[in-house]
Design a protein around this ligand. Structure first.
Ligand SMILES: NC(=O)c1ccc[n+]([C@@H]2O[C@H](COP(=O)([O-])OP(=O)(O)OC[C@H]3O[C@@H](n4cnc5c(N)ncnc54)[C@H](OP(=O)(O)O)[C@@H]3O)[C@@H](O)[C@H]2O)c1
Length: 235
């Protein structure tokens, strides 16, 4: 059994991943940037609350100290993410996107993952079978987004796919640098959560499947790849 940290696990895919890993007997740190939302979620699941805002250095250092004092970490699931829709649910396309409107997405979806991974690397490297799962998106795939006639081609947003494509590159470079750690990116599929105002066509149970699976791979599992529930995806 492993000790797993899931960022942004107070709801959505992170919460469902935590539920499944707790049910499988793993020790789970449920990451939440809001202490109260996190406390309620952790109590519901029998997980350990870890207050953690991925955009905040002090928050990440405090979380690291708490996990270190409790014994260490085997699996890190970088799940916290934002899509950056407008208040009425619109996706910001190329005509409207600005550098400033892209910044929060890169802060959370890319720099947040680097901040948390960098902080927890020493603990992961002490584990006998360390694993990192980066929750990416099919919209990160250049092959998919340029395949005419597909839903990925039709998605007009700029910031979200760009941030997840950057996350995929971060995944590959970390995987090459740390061959003893299994580090992969996953695409949950279009899932009904607050991220997309519940427009997703899958349930969280379906969406979390690939995250749960990759969080439990052993030392013989793949590394440096991009997967959905059906297998390897094109970059
Ligand atoms: N839903 C989909 O169709 C879909 C498809 C592909 C990939 N994904 C990816 O799946 C992951 C989970 O998304 P979801 O669909 O489950 O969305 P969600 O229900 O909106 O959950 C997102 C989680 O991230 C947390 N979060 C946001 N910013 C954070 C920060 N700075 N620090 C810590 N936590 C933060 C949120 O916390 P608060 O509650 O405090 O806001 C929430 O717990 C994301 O990386 C997303 O890009 C989703």
């Amino acid at each position: 059994m492993t000790t797993t940290l899931i960022t942004g696990a107070n709801k959505g895919l992170g919460f469902e991943t935590a539920r499944r890993l707790v049910a499988a007997g793993h020790t789970v740190y449920l990451g939440s940037r809001d202490a109260e939302r996190g406390r309620r979620a952790a109590e519901q699941l029998g997980a350990r609350l870890l207050v953690l805002d991925v955009t905040d250095d002090a928050s990440v250092s405090a979380a690291l100290k708490a996990v270190e004092a409790d014994g260490g970490l085997d699996v890190l699931v970088n799940n916290a993410g934002i899509e950056g829709r407008t208040p009425d649910g619109g996706v910001v396309g190329a005509a409207e996107v600005t550098a400033e409107s892209m910044r929060p997405l890169f802060e959370t979806n890319v720099l947040g993952v680097v901040r948390v991974t960098h902080a927890f690397l020493p603990l992961l490297r002490r584990s006998a079978a360390p694993v990192v799962v980066n929750v990416s998106s099919g919209l990160a795939s250049l092959a998919r987004v340029t395949a005419e006639g597909t839903p990925s081609y039709a998605y007009p947003g700029v910031a979200y796919p760009a941030s997840k494509a950057a996350l995929n590159m971060v995944t590959v470079q970390y995987a090459k640098a740390f061959p003893d750690i299994r580090i992969n990116a996953v695409e949950p599929g279009y899932t009904a959560t607050d991220l997309n105002m519940r427009t997703g066509t899958q349930t969280v149970e379906q969406g979390a499947e690939i995250i749960v699976r990759m969080a439990q791979i052993g030392p013989d599992g793949p590394t440096g790849g991009f997967f959905d529930v059906e297998g390897r995806l094109p970059w």
